[in-house]
Design a protein around this ligand. Structure first.
Ligand SMILES: C[S@@+](CC[C@H](N)C(=O)[O-])C[C@H]1O[C@@H](n2cnc3c(N)ncnc32)[C@H](O)[C@@H]1O
Length: 230
């Protein structure tokens, strides 16, 4: 079984981006330490102005996992909240190519990042599979195709639940929802995790200790009356 991730144009672009992301880390930590001496921000939104040019991308192993999930489920429509420089988007789009085609609808609030992501997708030869929507996810993701096979939540954590609620009507039974970085701001994610871990709310869910931890949830669609009453 061949993988588009091994195509030279894709591999070279991913290597360039992942190396740049790694190289940026020490300076990023210094920026955060200067603003939050001896502590860590309580939310990503609190540090957002320090992160406008930050990659803060999925690590290689999470990218590989995302590509496997897209391939294994035969996904055709993927929605991503938080494009940044397009590293995760490349993993998702490469897997769609292997599935025979489809669409990643991804959204990024920083115009310069979205432009850079689009340029990387072009260099990778994957731009025909991606719709990069510039703006606030709460607005840009309101217009979606009828069926979504996989949702990646990787923007600011406080918006995971509102974005899930916008995309939820389009999630097919069996659709996967991946929430990234769940260990970083646990307090902010309490209501999101409570929702997807409540069997009555129409999901089954597990914690995956990869990178800064992921929550992998599957839409069952079986919503109990107790949950709908909340
Ligand atoms: C962790 S980064 C995404 C990393 C990316 N998925 C990757 O692996 O390469 C989060 C991104 O979400 C973007 N973002 C935050 N709030 C947003 C919003 N309301 N709408 C769209 N994008 C947003 C940030 O600007 C940032 O670039």
């Amino acid at each position: 079984m061949t993988s588009t991730l091994d195509a030279p144009a894709v591999r070279d672009e991913l290597t360039r981006l992942l190396d740049a992301a790694d190289a940026q880390e020490p300076e990023l930590h210094a920026r955060l330490a200067a603003r939050f001496p001896g502590s860590f921000p309580t939310s990503d939104e609190e540090a957002a102005d320090l992160l406008t040019d930050a990659y803060i991308a999925v690590p290689r192993e999470v990218g590989e996992l995302l590509a496997m999930l897209v391939r294994a489920t035969g996904a055709r429509t993927v929605v991503e909240f938080g494009t940044s420089f397009g590293i995760s988007t490349i993993y998702l789009a490469a897997a769609l190519r292997d599935n025979g085609g489809g669409r990643v609808i991804t959204t990024e609030i920083e115009t310069a990042k979205a432009d850079a992501a689009l340029a990387s997708l072009r260099r990778s030869g994957l731009d025909d599979l991606v719709d990069v929507r510039v703006g606030d996810a709460l607005a840009t993701l309101r217009d979606l195709p009828g069926t979504v096979d996989l949702l990646l939540l990787d923007g600011w954590s406080a918006l995971y639940l509102p974005v899930l609620e916008i995309v939820e009507p389009a999630l097919r039974p069996g659709a996967l929802v991946v929430a990234d970085d769940t260990s970083l701001f646990p307090d902010v994610l309490t209501s999101y995790l409570a929702r997807v871990r409540d069997l009555g709310s129409g999901y089954r869910s597990v914690d995956i200790p990869l990178g800064d931890r992921l929550e992998l949830s599957m839409r069952t669609g079986q919503v109990s009356a107790a949950s709908t009453a909340r």
